[in-house]
Write a protein that binds this ligand. Structure first.
Ligand code: HEC
Length: 301
């Protein structure tokens, strides 16, 4: 027993690593079970697959190690002649190698050449190496299983079907993204001066809108949002409408599918706070002067 333990020493690191990998896989699977959505199921599936694979490798390593140990014991009990005889025998690997590459040797080629002569080209009738034939038979078996699974019993979906299934699952996932309940639409939305909301709006503006309107709102590809001139009307509701629906045939897209109503209100409110900031290098005004008096929801009344 003592010897067994000391023999195991060099393997300690390997065993530790494998154990840790194990634990890691377990943790990951646990982490994701909560929401049970489409892709988390995939994560769990592949984690389990990895786990099974690692276990298999581990079992194999242990089996090999035990075999090696047994061999040491057996050799120890052998007499000198027996040991010499044993060691003279080709090893398991050599035997396998020879078996799997079992070609008739060159010396026999004379007997293998067929009688035909095609304009000087002769045929050497050596058989195929067994490993090749093995693979070939395997493909036949695989083919039969494949036909059974995919075409006869239809236990698994074909590619086109699987594509449809995954698209449906993704669509499902998309539809299940929780949308905040709001009590306003583009006709009733009002400006919010809540600091946290405006800050959130600023974040959205800088990450999504600044590329066309400039971080300070002065305008690049999109118009200046800091003046009192608006192409599509000023004031909270018009701005919200433009953000929600976009302006057709311009680079201003509809943001409805990207930002939820709360976010659209946040960024629209933030846009309103830019009015009158006069950033340097701003674009010239475009559109018509918006009279705040005519808009009960405007900020700068
Ligand atoms: C790809 C460039 C681009 C991006 C990104 C973009 N816009 Fe625009 N935006 C434009 C263009 C171009 C117009 C002018 C449309 C027109 O001609 O009426 C515009 C118009 C507007 C208007 C109306 C201006 C007016 O004078 O009527 C508002 C408000 C606005 N954008 C806000 C936003 C907000 C908020 C975002 C980010 C969520 C955003 N835009 C992102 C290009 C962009």
């Amino acid at each position: 027993m003592k010897q067994l333990i000391s023999n195991l020493k060099p393997f300690r690191r390997l065993i530790m690593t494998l154990t840790l990998m194990f634990a890691g896989g377990g943790l990951m699977a646990q982490d994701t079970t909560g929401s049970g959505t489409f892709w988390t199921q995939e994560v769990i599936f592949y984690s389990l697959l990895t786990l099974v694979f690692i276990t298999a490798v581990l079992v194999l390593l242990v089996a090999l190690y035990v075999l090696q140990m047994l061999k040491t014991f057996v050799l120890k009990d052998m007499s000198e002649e027996q040991r010499v005889a044993y060691e003279a025998e080709p090893g398991l690997f050599d035997k396998l190698w020879n078996k799997w590459n079992n070609l008739r040797p060159m010396e026999e080629e004379e007997a293998l050449i067929l009688d035909h002569d095609y304009d000087g080209i002769k045929e050497l009738d050596n058989h195929l190496p067994p490993w090749w034939k093995g693979l070939f038979y395997l493909t036949i078996v695989y083919g039969v299983i494949y036909i059974m699974v995919f075409h006869v019993f239809k236990t698994a979906p074909l590619q086109a079907e699987q594509y449809k299934l995954e698209m449906a699952a993704a669509e499902d996932l998309k539809n299940n993204i929780p949308q905040p309940e709001v009590d306003f639409d583009e006709n009733t939305v009002t400006f919010t001066d809540d600091t946290a909301e405006l800050l959130a709006g600023k974040g959205i503006f800088e990450s999504q809108c600044a590329i066309c309107h400039k971080a300070d709102g002065g305008g690049v590809a999109g118009p200046n949002l800091t003046d009192q001139y608006w192409k599509n009307g000023g004031g909270m509701q018009n701005i919200y409408k433009v953000v929600k629906n976009g302006v057709s045939n311009t680079a201003m897209i509809s943001w409805e599918t990207i930002l939820n109503p709360v976010k659209m209100r946040q960024v629209s409110s933030y846009v309103l706070t830019l009015e009158g900031t006069n950033p340097p290098g701003a674009k010239a005004p475009e559109g018509d002067l918006w009279e705040p008096e005519s808009d009960s929801t405007a900020v700068n009344q």
